[in-house]
Every structure is written in structure tokens, then in C-alpha cells.
Design a protein around this ligand. Structure first.
Ligand code: OGA
Ligand code: NI
Length: 357
């Protein structure tokens, strides 16, 4: 790890925050995307107006209405692999505190943040910029701190000690998200016709990676991105955003802007659910645009089975007509893949698809 830190420093690590704060009038060349990958902001080209699903999660706790909510979730998962949730039970004060701690963290002097820098994707806590500063061809206008978050007591001591409120405030949000994720996974299992408690133990002991992302104002948002198109390895990702910027790809391969809804959280299906459902549900491809005026913060909480636990298609969803369409994989397999492959060129999930189906 010392090696990695040193080489990053030698490589003159520059965060997006540093560039924005220094007032650069243009993005450095390494951020400029090839024309075909640019986000076409401000034109209707390539982006579509679609109404994306918003689900009232309080229905899940009402015996007479639960099946309606499950049906809505099933429709959203089939059509988009994506939905927003309201009445999700996480208090707005917990959300506000988490944003407050993240704002303070990214505003720290760069030397302080560099204490946690690493290019090693296996590190349980790491600060960085772009996707991986040391290997990215094109760079992305994003800084991040990622930390393992479940069980909280195992990891929290490794989290940033500055700002002093960080552990407490982000810890409370992480715990609340873990509870919410269990409810969502139960509902998603039910919507697939599986037992509500399918994989219960593995989910309870599962891994949670909290990616706290900071996308500072960018001088040339039409030629750069905050994150490239990708799907998450997780079973599902719960995303909290401070303003609009996320786009998802719909089934016609059009980019759709995800509206900002005050108080709502975004739920995205990841590769583990695609495999578990044997492809009935697909992980959603998404990307992040940046903008000239405001800094955008997001918390992406990626939930999955434990690091080394393999996920495979649920036996109940496999039969003579529906043979397994995927091999098995673990979170650790995904980390190994991204440390030696360019996951923008080939999606990880494509490498475990069985070719016969
Ligand atoms: C991610 C991600 C989206 C966002 O961290 O994997 O897709 O809006 N984030 O920050
Ligand atoms: Ni993502």
C-alpha cells in the first residue's frame, strides 16, 4: 500500500476539487471524451423524457397493500432495473447530517484526504479521483471516498477521522441504509416468486460499500462525465443525490435523466440480482453528467453477498426451459476483474454469461 501511495503522489495526483477550486477555465485534456461518448447536454439528442417509477414504500408495511407495492416493484425492475422510493423510513435529519459530513470531508485540504488515498481496489477504505487515477485512460470529474460499512463496528475505525463528525453522521446513514436494503431485497425476492427470506443469512452478513461521490462544478460539462456508463456489481445500490446528474439507459438504449425528488432515494439493480434472477431482471446501466454551476454529492450504498460468497441463478428460477444463463461470481471476483481489466471496454457481467442461452 505504501508503494501505491507513493506512485500516486509521484504521478501528481490532482483531484477534481483541486481543479475546480483553482478556477481552471477548461478541463485538462485527460478529461476530454471522444465525441461519441459525450453527454449531449442541453440538446434533446440522445436523451429522452420518460416518467420513471416512484414507489411509496410505506405500502410494504400495510398487509392489504403490500402485494400492490410488490407488483409496482416488479414492473419497475423489469422495465428499467431502477426506481425511486419515498416514505422509505430514513429520517431527513440523518440524510442532512450525512451530506453535511461529506461536504466537510471534500472541503478538507488535499493533504488530509491523501492520508486515505489508494489505487488498490481491494482496500476497504480509500480516497481517490476519477475511477482509478493511476490506470484510467480518460479521466472522470469525480472525487470519492469509499468505505466498507457492514458490519459497521468492524470498519468504522478505519474511516476518515476528519471531520470529527464523519464517523457518527455517515455511520448512522449507513446503518439506516442497511435496514432499508433488507426490506427491498425481501420485496425483490418476493416479486420474483422466491421466498421472502431467500438468501436471508447471506444478506444479513453481506457486504456494504458506501461510495461517497463529489462532482464539483465543471467548466466544460458537455465534453466530460462524472462517471462513465457502467452497472454496479451489487445486488442493489441505494443512491442518495443532492441534485440531478444521474442518467440511466432504458431498454431502447436511450439515456434518461433521473429527476431529483426531494426526500427520495434511488434504487438500482446490480449484477448480483441479474444473476440471481437468471436474467429476469437486468442490472441498470447508468452514468453521471456534471454541470457548470453546482457541486453535486451522492452516496451510493452498494449491497451484496459477503466478499467471497458466490451468487448464482436461484434454483427455483431454473428449469428445462430456463437453463442457467450465467455462471456464479462473488464481489471479490468482480474486484479481481476490475484490477486487471478495463471494465469500460467489457462489462463484467458479460464475462460470466453462458453463451448457449
Ligand atoms: C456509483 C454511481 C452515481 C452517482 O458510485 O457507482 O453510479 O450519481 N454513482 O453518483
Ligand atoms: Ni454505479
Amino acid at each position: 500500500m505504501e508503494e501505491t501511495k507513493k506512485s500516486l503522489l509521484d504521478d501528481s495526483f490532482t483531484s477534481a476539487m483541486t481543479l475546480t477550486n483553482s478556477g481552471v477555465p477548461q478541463v485538462p485534456d485527460r478529461y476530454v471524451l471522444p465525441p461519441s461518448q459525450r453527454p449531449a447536454l442541453g440538446s434533446s439528442l440522445g436523451t429522452t423524457e420518460t416518467t420513471l417509477p416512484v414507489i411509496d414504500l410505506s405500502l410494504l408495511n400495510q398487509p392489504l397493500l403490500r402485494s400492490r407495492a410488490i407488483h409496482e416493484i416488479s414492473m419497475a425492475c423489469k422495465e428499467f432495473g431502477f426506481f425511486q422510493v419515498i416514505n422509505h423510513g430514513i429520517p431527513s435529519s440523518v440524510v442532512k447530517d450525512a451530506f453535511d459530513a461529506a461536504t466537510q470531508f471534500f472541503d478538507l485540504p488535499v493533504e488530509e484526504k491523501m492520508l486515505l488515498v489508494s489505487a488498490n481496489v481491494h482496500e476497504p477504505v480509500r480516497y481517490g479521483t476519477s475511477l482509478n487515477h493511476s490506470t484510467d485512460g480518460v479521466h472522470y470529474w469525480r472525487d470519492f471516498i469509499k468505505h466498507y460499512s457492514h458490519p459497521l463496528s468492524k470498519w468504522i475505525n478505519m474511516w476518515p477521522s476528519n471531520p470529527p463528525c464523519y464517523k457518527d453522521k455517515v455511520g448512522k446513514y449507513a446503518e439506516a441504509t442497511h435496514v432499508l436494503h433488507k426490506q427491498l431485497i425481501e420485496a425483490i425476492s418476493e416479486s420474483l416468486g422466491l421466498e421472502k427470506n431467500y438468501l436471508k443469512e447471506e444478506i444479513e452478513e453481506g457486504s456494504q460499500v458506501m461510495a461517497v461521490n463529489c462532482y464539483p462544478a465543471c467548466p466544460e460539462p458537455e465534453i466530460a462525465l462524472g462517471m462513465p456508463p457502467h452497472s454496479d456489481f451489487s445486488s442493489l445500490t441505494i443512491l442518495l443525490q443532492s441534485s440531478q446528474g444521474l442518467q440511466i439507459m432504458d431498454c431502447n438504449k436511450n439515456w434518461v435523466c433521473v429527476p431529483y425528488i426531494e426526500g427520495a432515494l434511488i434504487v438500482q439493480l446490480g449484477d448480483q440480482v441479474e444473476v440471481m434472477s437468471n436474467g429476469i431482471y437486468k442490472s441498470v446501466i447508468h452514468r453521471v453528467t456534471v454541470n457548470k454551476d453546482v457541486k453535486r454529492l451522492s452516496f451510493a450504498s452498494l449491497h451484496s453477498l459477503p466478499l467471497h460468497k458466490k451468487i448464482s441463478p436461484a434454483p427455483k428460477l431454473v428449469n428445462a426451459n430456463n437453463t442457467p444463463a450465467y455462471g456464479e461470481f462473488s464481489f471479490n471476483d468482480f474486484l479481481d476483474y476490475i484490477s486487471s481489466n478495463d471494465f469500460i471496454q467489457e462489462r463484467f457481467i458479460d464475462t460470466i454469461k453462458k453463451s448457449s442461452s
